[in-house]
Write a protein that binds this ligand. Structure first.
Ligand SMILES: C[S@@+](CC[C@H](N)C(=O)[O-])C[C@H]1O[C@@H](n2cnc3c(N)ncnc32)[C@H](O)[C@@H]1O
Length: 207
């Protein structure tokens, strides 16, 4: 798989049955079967058009008997129990919608949101998930945060809600520079406070 982001997401998956929600080209399911020898993989998407291309990709690898395609909005009305669900490449609001009102959420969720990680971390803690791993990935100049969640009670500090649990100094330094630029444009004091909190957070990370 060419994308470092998609490879990193797929490499975090430990347990099947697994469903990739919003699978698009079905690259993650194909990788899980061909590289990790998974046997029970589901690729779902809300869009019928997208699924046509996913089907062609799955056929190209001859994996029709290992990957089940489903047209579906999120996790609703699916009567299969999954150990793991992947939700990647979407915004936090869509991710929240997908996870809201589902009676039987999976034990493990692997989430990569394109925006608003503060809202995502708060929501996930509130619905009863804890972070088991948070990975930072830099691809083509863009940072991606991939979070592995397990069901359980988390107790994130306010700084962990804001800056995460990757403790990746290069990423956190990038965040600091981003806040500095926003401060210079907006002159909002809250960004100075955020930078001070971030610097304090970075200082406490062991080398
Ligand atoms: C930007 S693509 C991301 C594809 C892939 N997961 C990735 O990380 O590259 C978003 C995909 O999610 C699908 N999608 C959006 N909302 C959805 C929902 N509520 N349920 C299932 N699929 C959804 C879209 O049709 C699209 O194929």
């Amino acid at each position: 798989m060419k994308s470092k982001r998609l490879t990193a997401i797929a490499d975090m998956v430990q347990n099947e049955p697994v469903i990739d929600i919003g699978t698009d080209h079905a690259y993650i399911p194909i990788y899980l079967v061909t590289n990790k020898n998974f046997q029970e993989v589901y690729a779902s998407d809300i869009s019928a058009k997208v699924l046509e291309q996913a089907k062609k990709n799955i056929q190209k690898y001859g994996l029709e008997n290992k990957i089940t395609l489903m047209q579906n909005a999120g996790l609703k009305n699916i009567n299969i129990e999954f150990k793991t669900a992947i939700i990647a490449g979407m915004g936090t609001n869509t991710i929240k919608e997908i996870l809201t009102g589902v009676s039987d959420l999976p034990e493990t969720l692997i989430i990569q949101s394109n925006n608003d990680l503060v809202s995502l971390r708060t929501f996930m803690q509130d619905i009863g998930y804890q972070i088991s791993e948070e990975k930072v990935l830099l691809e083509k100049g863009q940072y991606y945060i991939i979070i592995h969640y397990e069901k359980g009670r988390d107790h994130l500090s306010t700084s962990e809600i804001k800056f995460g649990k990757s403790y990746d100094k290069a990423y956190l330094t990038y965040l600091g520079k981003k806040y500095q630029k926003i401060y210079e444009l907006s002159h909002k004091k809250e960004y100075l406070d955020l930078i001070a909190e971030l610097n304090n957070f970075i200082e406490k990370i062991p080398d």
